[in-house]
Ligand binder design. Structure first.
Ligand SMILES: CC(C)(COP(=O)(O)OP(=O)(O)OC[C@H]1O[C@@H](n2cnc3c(N)ncnc32)[C@H](O)[C@@H]1OP(=O)(O)O)[C@@H](O)C(=O)NCCC(=O)NCCS
Length: 169
């Protein structure tokens, strides 16, 4: 997983502090981090990971239900396989698992100008909740971070499921 993330994750917009990301991936072993993998002919070609916690509690005041939320932490697809729907499928699997665990909201963040990430989040049903200057983590372009949130609809069904299905998986 680390080889994939550190070889195919870096770009002008993706913030990947090696120790922090490694600790997050190591957390999969002890169950503090979770995720889904895409494997093709025995080769890891994509992953999307998440945690459950309170990392985005600053955006939770309106809800005040005291429940933890999900956070999609890393999303990386091997460069040879991008734009084939793999990132979206993995994100959807993470969201399904979070929904089934009764988690009401899920957050994700990206460089404001990370177009692939923005499109993947939007397709998964996320909406932008904040954009702020973040020079410590963003070295390029606007140097701003955008925070996105997906709130599952009542009955814990994702609101995005009401959108038309485009036929892809
Ligand atoms: C972000 C990433 C995981 C997306 O994975 P992917 O498998 O390419 O995504 P998908 O094929 O499922 O595409 C999802 C949507 O994003 C769009 N998209 C993909 N790459 C894009 C790009 N470079 N620019 C604009 N839109 C893009 C697709 O067209 C699709 O939208 P559509 O179905 O409406 O056409 C992948 O690009 C990646 O690994 N990037 C490098 C690491 C990174 O920046 N991760 C995000 C950190 S926040």
């Amino acid at each position: 997983m680390k080889a994939l993330v550190f070889e195919h994750g870096p770009n002008d917009w993706n913030y990947l502090p090696r120790e922090e990301v490694s600790a997050h991936l190591d957390g999969i072993r002890d169950g503090t981090s979770h995720g889904y993998l895409a494997v093709m002919e025995g080769r890891l070609i994509g992953l999307v990971t998440y945690v459950v916690g309170d990392a985005f509690s600053r955006y939770e005041q309106a809800a005040l239900d005291g429940q933890p939320h999900g956070w999609i932490v890393e999303g990386v697809v091997h460069r040879e396989y991008v734009s084939q729907g793999i990132g979206s499928r993995l994100a959807d699997q993470c969201l399904k698992a979070l929904r089934e665990a009764g988690i009401p909201r899920v957050y994700a963040e990206r460089h404001e100008e990370n177009a692939a990430s923005a499109a993947t989040m939007q397709k998964a049903g996320f909406s932008e909740v904040d954009t702020f200057y973040d020079p410590a983590r963003r070295q390029s372009g606007s140097r701003r971070t955008t925070v996105c949130r997906l709130e599952f609809a009542r009955g814990n069904e994702p609101s995005r499921e009401s959108r038309p299905n485009d036929g892809r998986q």
